[in-house]
Write a protein that binds this ligand. Structure first.
Ligand SMILES: C[S@@+](CC[C@H](N)C(=O)[O-])C[C@H]1O[C@@H](n2cnc3c(N)ncnc32)[C@H](O)[C@@H]1O
Length: 195
């Protein structure tokens, strides 16, 4: 074991070392809004995990970067990238210590990683005209998926005001309204553009 690993890195490396941990589908916020992507540009999958979003972004022809604190996750993503004949620039990186540089990306996807102190860096990292695709778990839920700690779940309407100054293109948060056996539940999604 690497003695210099942080507790966070250890935790996620262990999770991604499990043989049954599979890539899964890209985030709904990205899958449902692919038509909003630019034809070219530089994209970042922020805290990518096994990189389902990065793989989709790369397949769309974007110069794709994928960063995560887990070396195991990034190594697995690089293997999958090669197997699919794609190109992704993967990096094992602690985003709290080394957030993206200002105005460095045309597209940023952040899925299931709620670290509020990093929001200003996400905002700053978008180039003018750049798009943020964001999706994560809400406090209001009908199923027990996602983090148990309420601190890591969004409050009502929180995502709508979390990135001030962006033009909102897509917002979806259905909470517990209506027939909760249908619709988009347990999460909120946002696609927004830097003006
Ligand atoms: C719930 S997973 C989400 C992964 C992926 N975005 C997805 O939606 O499947 C949260 C991810 O955040 C990463 N992570 C946690 N703290 C981090 C940090 N400080 N810097 C970079 N990545 C971090 C974990 O390694 C993990 O892959």
């Amino acid at each position: 074991m690497n003695e210099n690993k942080s507790a966070t890195q250890n935790k996620w490396d262990n999770i991604y070392s499990a043989a049954d941990k599979q890539i899964g589908a890209a985030a709904q916020v990205l899958r449902e809004n692919l038509h909003l992507l630019p034809a070219s540009g530089k994209a970042l999958d922020f805290a990518c995990g096994l990189g389902a979003n990065a793989l989709l972004l790369a397949a769309q022809g974007l110069e794709t970067h994928a960063w995560d604190i887990s070396e195991v996750a990034v190594t697995r993503l690089m293997e999958e990238t090669r197997a699919r004949g794609l190109v992704i620039h993967g990096e094992a990186r602690d985003l709290a210590a080394r957030p993206p540089a200002p105005e460095s990306f045309d597209v940023i996807v952040s899925a299931h990683f709620l670290e509020r102190p990093l929001n200003p860096y996400l905002l700053a990292a978008l180039r003018p005209g750049g798009l943020l695709f964001y999706q994560t778990f809400t406090l209001e839920k009908v199923e027990d998926e996602g983090p148990q700690n309420p601190e890591f779940r969004l409050g009502v309407n929180e995502l709508l005001s979390m990135f001030p100054g962006l033009r909102v293109l897509v917002y979806r948060e259905e909470g517990l309204v209506g027939d909760t056996t249908r619709g988009y539940r347990n999460k909120a999604m946002l696609v927004a553009q830097k003006m």
